[in-house]
Design a protein around this ligand. Structure first.
Ligand code: PLP
Length: 418
């Protein structure tokens, strides 16, 4: 209740995008003589001063290796790294910081689960259930596993609007399904999947669920306990943190039972040439010197978005999405790919028969940065019947004016190809 009233109060605070933009120095530049309009946030986001300053201060004042330091700097670095883990726990509302494993990013989080939980539980003839809208990083690790084990990867179909077919999902779940791994938000379609419902259905059959949160965490509040998922993974660089630092949340009972991932320093209990015992969680899954500065910078990024409020960010981005959807639809020949009822602020499109790479190049000359290609979703492109799309993906620092600049530049693309 107290939480609800805080959320309502938060939503009533005005969203000051001008002040937010001042936090991101990179946005002030001009590209090809035009103000930069950065709409490639699904690929990576920019970093606010708070993150840059935290990483800088760590290297200037505290830099040391973690875990074993008996000196002051070692202790400060170890404490800062532990505090970063606690920040992630709070951010995801995970029950326990030991359930938070620092990884390189969502890709490594998924590979870790495939190579540990997957190796232990998936056998010949078993099935791994994904969806047609997955990023390659939530397909290939499972295919590698399936290839090793003689298992099969299956995909939940989607509708033409880009929504997951829950009826088909239920039909595909069966006694051979060992894990369900689906994206929270599609990086191409923007679809926000009903992950709580997906988890509920799988759990009613005793099947664990991994959620790829790479495109969700920067745009909406995430509560792993409310979702009920077994694994949740995301990359720091897509939520205003540094590259090379990400998170895998896993339910304690599963993480404890899982075999180890990589071997090396930090993940051991005792080592002899005959045998090795392993450390407790979370060190068990963090072999070698971790990305200490990355984790600390990531925590600063989570503090940054938390202070603004993820509900407010979501509500602001909803307005931007509505404006973008409406104005882009007026560009002759433009067709949006991804029109789900529940969408994050991602606008993928095709424009007549203009190749998306040409669109991207012409837009770049106008200072507008978008992405063009298959977006690491080749099976989804095949489902949509296109080889590539152009994609504008928004974040909390984007403005209506920037969307208008995009739409103006798209009209110019039309003229070039008229
Ligand atoms: N999953 C989704 C939905 C993504 O959009 C991405 C990156 O674009 C990833 C996973 C992989 O993230 P990373 O390359 O940071 O590991």
């Amino acid at each position: 209740m107290a939480d609800d009233s805080r959320r309502v109060r938060d939503l009533e605070r005005p969203f000051d995008v001008t002040a937010i933009r001042r936090d991101f120095p990179i946005l002030e530049q001009r590209v090809h003589g035009k103000p930069l309009v950065y709409l490639d946030n699904a690929a990576t986001t920019h970093k606010p001063q708070a993150v840059l300053e935290t990483v800088r201060r760590y290297y200037v004042e505290d830099n040391a290796n973690v875990r074993r330091g008996v000196h002051a700097l070692g202790e400060r670095a170890t404490n800062a790294y532990a505090a970063a883990r606690e920040t992630v726990r709070r951010f995801l509302n995970a029950p326990d910081p030991d359930e938070v494993v620092f990884v390189r990013g969502a890709t490594e989080g998924i590979n870790l689960v495939a190579q540990t939980y997957g190796r232990a539980h998936v056998g010949a003839g078993d099935e791994i259930l994904l969806s047609e809208m997955e990023h390659h990083s939530n397909i290939v690790p499972w295919q590698i596993l399936a290839g090793e084990k003689g298992a099969r990867v299956r995909a939940i179909p989607i509708t033409d609007a880009g929504e997951m077919r829950l009826d088909e999902y239920e039909r595909l779940l069966n006694g051979r399904t060992r894990i369900v791994a689906v994206t929270h938000v599609s990086n191409v379609l923007g679809t926000v999947n009903p992950v709580a419902e997906i988890v509920r259905i799988a759990k009613s059959r005793g099947i664990p669920v991994l959620i790829d949160g790479a495109q969700a965490v920067a745009h909406m509040p995430v509560d792993v306990q409310a979702l009920g998922c077994d694994f949740y993974t995301f990359s720091g660089h897509k939520i205003f943190g540094p590259t090379g630092a990400g998170v895998l949340y896993g339910r304690r009972a599963l993480l404890e039972a899982m075999p180890v991932y990589q071997g090396g320093g930090g993940m051991i209990g005792q080592v002899t040439f005959e045998r090795t015992t392993y450390a407790q969680l979370p060190n068990k899954f963090e072999a070698g010197t971790p990305n200490i500065a990355g984790a600390i910078g990531l925590a600063a990024a989570l503090d940054y978005v938390t202070a603004i409020g993820l509900d407010r960010i979501a509500s602001y981005e909803r307005e931007l999405l509505a404006h973008g959807t409406e104005t882009m639809a007026q560009v002759p020949g433009l067709r949006l790919t991804g029109t789900a009822r529940s969408k994050a602020a991602i606008l993928s499109f095709v424009l007549g028969d203009v190749h998306p790479h040409d669109i991207g190049t012409i837009l770049d000359r106008a200072g507008v940065a978008i992405r063009a290609g298959h977006h690491c979703c080749q099976p989804l492109m095949a489902r949509l019947g296109v080889s590539a799309t152009a994609r504008a993906s928004l974040a909390l620092y984007n403005t209506r004016d920037e969307i208008d600049a995009l739409v103006g530049a798209l009209r110019d693309v039309r003229k070039v190809f008229a």
